[in-house]
Design a protein around this ligand. Structure first.
Ligand code: G1P
Length: 357
């Protein structure tokens, strides 16, 4: 079986982070979101992975994942020239997928499940398609499924009047009949060929669609808090401490904390779960729970918690604690004594700054 990961979305809701990196490559607990999916795919015994990218983000993926060999995978990149929908992305991948069943995965979703178990369930029950579902509070934002006796009887994309609260969460298995389904559907109101409509076509043509309900799924919804929540969920699972750096005597480390190579902690308190990358300097500071710090970061005389700090950022001399923040790569957050006493900002397009009154 091959896998197809759809990553051609523009990630506009996560600007400015997505100006410099594709959405599925934004790190959560210091690992690109897509790598969690790739590791699960590998664990399920799949080695050949197609990643559908857009012309602008293709090189981001090539730089980070290359040909996939470091993850034990063979990755093929397929370019979707225009955002014409998930089903369109599948249609242009037909040559890569050939005449085999395949696993499809939406690249910006994060769910930790045993994919091998679902593939077995799919094979043993002679299904034409299989989807993972989860209950949600706002069903009109998703593809929704209606079940009867554990079988899917109807799916509908972003219904105004949702017939259930079970959202399609972006993990699908298909037999090649899906290509025929896609040829028979029309673009939706948003001008896209919807994979949900292709599944509905399968149902209307008496095909067998199975489903499984899972919990603990995450998808970005555009708010930075959601990225922070995903980071928190992953760090909650951190069950070990590892120190490959140097913790000087006047510092203390509590709970599960990972410290990368050549990183130095001086005169500071780190309260886990926290993950710190390589070559980081933390001095005279407090780093609180649910914080991920990338590589080559400098934190001096500052307090922060529940935050994501990307590579090469600098945070220094803050009088107020940073909380629930995402600091982009190479960004600087610093306070100074220079006169006049004012806030000086050089911020990129679509940035968000919240200053306490
Ligand atoms: C897409 C699918 C939708 C699914 C959702 C899950 O929506 O069209 O059926 O429920 O992903 O993430 P989109 O992200 O394009 O709005």
């Amino acid at each position: 079986m091959k896998a197809l990961i759809l990553c051609a979305g523009k990630g506009t809701r996560l600007r400015p982070l997505t100006f410099t990196n594709a959405k599925p490559l934004i790190p959560i607990a210091n690992k690109p979101t897509i790598v969690y999916s790739l590791e699960m795919i590998k664990k399920a015994g799949i080695n050949d992975v197609g990643i559908v990218v857009n012309p602008d983000n293709k090189s981001d993926f090539e730089t980070t994942l290359g040909d996939g060999s470091s993850l034990g995978l063979n990755i093929t990149y397929i370019v979707q020239e225009e955002p014409k929908g998930l089903a369109h992305a599948v249609a242009i991948s037909e040559e890569f997928l050939k005449d085999e069943e395949f696993l499809m995965y939406l690249g910006d979703n994060l769910v930790t499940v045993d994919l091998g178990k679902f593939i077995k369930e799919f094979d043993n029950n002679d299904m034409d398609s299989f989807i993972l579902l989860t209950p949600v509070e706002d069903p009109s934002r998703f593809g929704i499924a209606v079940l009867k006796d554990n079988k899917v009887i109807r799916v509908v994309e972003k219904p105004k009047d949702p017939p259930s609260n079970l959202a399609i969460i972006g993990v699908y298995i298909f037999k090649p009949i899906v290509f025929e389904a896609i040829k028979n559907i029309k673009p939706s109101w948003r001008g896209e060929l919807e994979i949900t409509d292709a599944i509905q076509w399968l149902l209307e043509n008496n095909k067998n669609v199975g489903a499984h309900i899972v919990y603990g799924w995450w998808k970005d919804t555009g708010k930075p808090e959601d990225l922070i929540e995903a980071n928190r969920k992953i760090l909650e699972q951190l069950k070990e401490s590892k120190n490959e750096g140097i913790v000087y005597e006047n510092s203390s480390i509590h709970g599960n904390v990972i410290i990368g190579k050549n990183s130095r902690i001086l005169n500071s308190v780190i309260r886990g779960p926290v993950i710190i990358g390589d070559n980081v300097l933390i001095s005279d500071s407090y780093v609180g729970p649910y914080t991920s710090i990338g590589e080559n970061v400098t934190i001096e005389n500052a307090e922060l918690e529940n935050s994501i700090i990307l590579d090469k950022a600098t945070i220094a001399h803050l009088e107020t604690r940073l909380d629930s923040s995402i600091i982009g790569a190479n960004a600087t957050v610093i306070s100074s004594d220079s006169k006049p006493k004012s806030i000086k900002l050089v911020i990129g397009d679509y940035s968000k700054i919240e200053i306490p009154r």
